[in-house]
Design a protein around this ligand. Sequence first.
Ligand code: GLA
Length: 400
Amino acid sequence: MRRFAFLSVAVLALGSLTASSQRPAQPQVAQTPPMGWNSWNYFAGKVTDQDIRNAADELVSSGMKDAGYIYVNIDDTWEGERDANGVLHSNSKFPDMKALADYVHSRGLKLGIYSSPGPKTCAGYEGSLGHEEQDAQLYASWGIDYLKYDLCSYRQAVMQMQASDDKPGQMRLMETAYAKMDKALKATGRPIVFSLCQYGWDAVWEWAPSAGGNLWRTTGDIQPNWDRVYAILSQQAGLAKYAGPGHWNDPDMLEVGNGRLTLAENRAHFSMWVMLAAPLLAGNDLPNMKPEIKAILTNRDVIAIDQDRLGRQATRAYTDGEVEVWIRSLSGGAMAIAVLNAGADRYATHPFHLSLARLGLHGPEKAKDLWTGNEIVLRNDMPLQIASHDILLVRIASPR
Ligand code: GLA
């Protein structure tokens, strides 16, 4: 007995010694998909310091911050010139980046920035090629919390120059460029979310996590119209297995509230990004946001699906003509189902029938309709009236 007590003490002591001699673990970022706002989809090249401050203010006053939108991300066109020491300066639209970071942090938010591994960004501004460590240190000194790193001119200036007619060689150069910036970011000691943007080329989901990516774009650019949103959605089926805490597929930033999207389309777009465990980066004009758009972006039940701690991305269970049924496993054995009418309004006289059996369910199932807030009971083969480009999004707490 006494010997057992002695042994336990010795084991405990050894344990704490090992723990204390270990280096403190780097705080883990993006354990759930990052949420925030990015300047590109609304402001594009016109964004200024004042726009970023306004966005930060609005995230707080609209309740979006409390709903989880934390990152305020400056996209392309903030970059100025490098000085004689190679230090990059912001341009006249961003007079003092450190002061801007301090302001954003003072609102309880985090600041993101943008660069390219090439000599130029996509909008033709200064990129990070040959200055990766220097730029990473600069970002850290400003207090940057997130970097979107966009391939842009690296393709022509490096990949095609150094490995012309050699696709695997080009791919390796691309991977090396991302891994290089990841190393530079980690060397700063500051937790910085690393967002890869290379439009989903070369099955990026297979190698992005080992290049340090917390998220990676899976497609080309989104636009604020249904055809583009739906085209992107269609390219996400099959990618679920690559997503999880710390590393996410990114079907691009939200267009909710932008362009020609109808209310149903905004709701369907947001619902599907949530099912995909996508980063939720709003891209709308926050100071002029309509109440119905705010209601979509701040629906807590819907956001909770995106932010579910298991981090399991939805799969497309089946399609029937233009209706798609997607399912997502949630923590605690719960489940989300999205029924999307992606097509024209053909179901007005002849409703779609939801097959629970094809989802592995038996029914009846008690569920919550996350857009109306009402409880509903799902039955096998039940008729559902879903308008064109609209969606039914439900959560079943205890599927049977
Ligand atoms: C690319 C990216 C966009 C945006 C622009 C900025 O097109 O995919 O998301 O960052 O560059 O120039």
